[in-house]
Design a protein around this ligand. Structure first.
Ligand code: PGA
Length: 250
């Protein structure tokens, strides 16, 4: 009942020549069987949306400002993302929390702005390696979720992404028991906050070093509804096998 989602996060990578990767992904037969979202840098959004038009691939942003407009030099608002053709936006990625000091409260305000603009908010949570080692990962992530999630969250406007900070860009991945434990914990926290019906509809993605070689195992894990993929989403040749694995996961 939860439609599987493969989301690509290009981060600060990609120029106009890279838009051809989107067209290649859109041609993959498996891309029609799941939801595929690609989040390129803001400079490419409008052109990416134009190239994806008429295909099953949709385009998203990587961040937005909590205000709809105003004197915020260098920022981009959620209505602007929507106007450029985005359908979703990644919020609270650990790189933004670390590099820009984003708090969960700010992430919640951004998510509210995104939802008000008709975008799906992909809210990221995840523990550091020190928090995993000292046994506080479940508590840390539950707190991030509680503080980052707007009360207006529902299946149609919110996706969660569990991204352990120590697994992002490192080639290290939690074992599937750890992923299953965290995703079931998140599902339970969602149910306590929003009710079982709403919680059952919200997709929870795993993110952090997802590659063609580990995707099948990750997608077989309970409560994993897809992936947020960084490095392996930059090339269609890497992203398509991940989409294939998701489509095959049933
Ligand atoms: P990675 O990044 O796949 O390169 O580890 C994932 C992410 O940060 O969303």
């Amino acid at each position: 009942m939860r439609r599987k989602l493969a989301a690509g996060n290009w981060k600060m990578n990609g120029d106009r020549a890279a838009l051809a990767e989107i067209e290649q992904v859109a041609k993959a037969p498996s891309a029609a069987g799941v939801e595929v979202l690609i989040c390129p840098p803001a400079t490419l959004l409008a052109e990416a949306a134009a190239r994806a038009a008429g295909t099953t691939v949709t385009i998203g942003g990587q961040d937005c400002h909590p205000a709809a407009a105003g004197a915020h030099t260098g920022d981009i608002s959620a209505p602007m993302l929507a106007d450029a053709g985005a359908r979703a936006v990644i919020l609270g990625h650990s790189e933004r929390r670390a590099d820009h000091g984003e708090t969960s409260k700010l992430v919640r305000h951004k998510a509210e702005a995104a939802q008000a603009a008709g975008l799906v908010a992909i809210i990221c949570v995840g523990e550091t390696e020190a928090q995993r080692d000292d046994g506080t990962a479940l508590d840390v992530v539950a707190r991030q979720l509680a503080e980052s999630l707007p009360d207006s969250a529902g299946a149609e406007n919110t996706v969660l992404a569990y991204e352990p900070v120590w697994a992002i860009g490192t080639g290290r991945v939690p074992d599937t028991a750890q992923i299953a434990e965290m995703h079931s914990h998140l599902r339970a926290r969602l149910a306590a906050r929003l009710g079982t019906n709403v919680a059952q509809g919200i997709r929870i993605l795993y993110g952090g070093s997802v590659k063609p070689g580990n995707a099948t195992e990750i997608f077989a894990t309970p409560n994993v509804d897809g992936a947020l993929v960084g490095g392996a989403s930059l090339k269609a040749g890497d992203f398509i096998p991940i989409i294939d694995a998701l489509a095959a996961a049933g």
